[in-house]
Design a protein around this ligand. Sequence first.
Ligand code: C2E
Ligand code: SIN
Ligand code: SIN
Ligand code: FE
Ligand code: FE
Length: 513
Amino acid sequence: MTRRHRGRGNQGIAAPRVPASFLPGDLVQQPLPDSDELLQAVFQAQSDLLLVLSEDGTVLDYRAGRILFSPSPAELLRNRIQDSLPVEAHIKFDEAFSRVQRTGKDSVFDFSLFIKQQTHWYEAQLTPLGQGLIAAFLRDITLRKENELAMRRQMDRLAALRTIDMAITSSLDLNLTLTMLINQVKTQLNVDAASILLVEPQTQLLKYAAGSGFHTDVFMHTSFRMGEGYAGRAALTRQTIRIANLSNHQTDLLRSPHFAQEGFTDYFAVPLAVKGRILGVLEILHRAPLSPNADWLDFMNMLSGQAAIAIESAIIFNNYERANAALILAYDATIEGWSRALELRDRETQGHTQRVTEMTVHLASAFGLTEQQIIHIRRGAILHDIGKMAIPDSILLKTGPLDTAEWEIMRQHTSIAVKLLRPIQYLAPALEIPQYHHEKWNGTGYPFGLKGEQIPLAARLFAVVDVYDALTSDRTYRRAWPRAQALEYIRAEAGRHFDPKVVEVFLRMLEER
Ligand code: C2E
Ligand code: SIN
Ligand code: SIN
Ligand code: FE
Ligand code: FE
């Protein structure tokens, strides 16, 4: 084997990796042109075309199978192979020759030739034969390459569809989804521009919603009636329209005199429909003629199907959002109505609910609670005494102190509130205040006698506000206390009735007001 490296000054190098069926040493032992049989056998195992080259690439001999090659092997004979090939293949051969000379090892590379209007791919393996000779085994790998490219395209498209799917499910922001779709259309279909027009439900007009690839803003201001313009016709007929030479078409069909500046020549309008309902139109534009094949059209249809689904989901979601927002407003109006009904029974507490609600929200944000938590705290505060609905007037409006039996009933207003509100699911996170607002920090409150941080923070916050407002208001059973006395009481109850940290923040908050 070392013979192969003779005269190249690289004897230390490990023997080259050579396919088992190939015996270069034997080839060299017997001068090549004479070893016809062996050469033929090796060639058949290895390649569609075998060239025997001198070190500078001159073709000395060849064996050709059924290979399509241009120039033909006969034409190559006695010429340098590089010089007979187009520039890219030329460079690849040059590089391979110098690699072989540098390393004494095989060099394998791909190159392509454009023959009979088609790209053909070849794999070349250059093998040093010693004595200044190089064998070039060439194989036609066009089929493999085409398969690879087709698979790559499929993978890209699958990935594109997956991206779109995820965007549809994860983002209900229609603009984002449409922009992403447009970008996929541009890259996957390899076109200059695309836009999506949506049917506006009230007017049934097709209006620009998203687009990319335009030089001017001509397309941003479009609005078509059904049946009007190419897009309108695609929408009306539910058929894809293609105008293969847009520039030749009458300009009165085009959306603006500036349209010509865009320089588009090829145009598709694809209707976007779900279950027979037209939602919009996808426009695809290119500044050179397109030559769409079945694959391209398939993918265009897939993308428009996805676009239609995205639009439908967004419409459904927007309607749902709106309905949901309306429902929440209705609920909140309802619970405010309940608390007003309660206050109507007890004139003395009028305005109490609104004051404690505002103060509790304020205190909660001073405590750093989140917007979301505060929504529930607000509802809880509004509903805190809703259980008093079930307390008879004789007790609720009693001018004197309550006796034991009356007190027993009055204390039930927290559990009555829970029974009343529990079935209303959206109020579930708001129940802490109605349920626990009479618990005390030292464990002497009701209904459970919870202690310290066993009491939910919302209820600890609320209790301070509630007592302060009760003390500074007239009650049927006593007159309002002066503010200073109420504050003194709150301070004194820190660590007994109230969470001392809450009292601290509460007092600071009142001072700042
Ligand atoms: P409310 O009048 O809104 O009072 C809320 C809370 O503020 C009371 O919860 C209590 O912790 C505090 N508070 C109110 N007034 C005073 C007071 O004069 N002195 C002190 N130290 N704290 C006061 P509580 O005690 O659980 O009472 C719950 C509800 O029971 C009261 O709501 C009120 O509707 C009723 N209630 C309590 N005591 C009497 C009473 O003597 N007569 C009548 N008719 N109702 C009472
Ligand atoms: C048309 O739809 O009227 C012409 C093509 C375009 O402006 O989109
Ligand atoms: C009130 O807030 O009206 C007083 C006591 C209670 O919450 O039951
Ligand atoms: Fe209460
Ligand atoms: Fe209250």
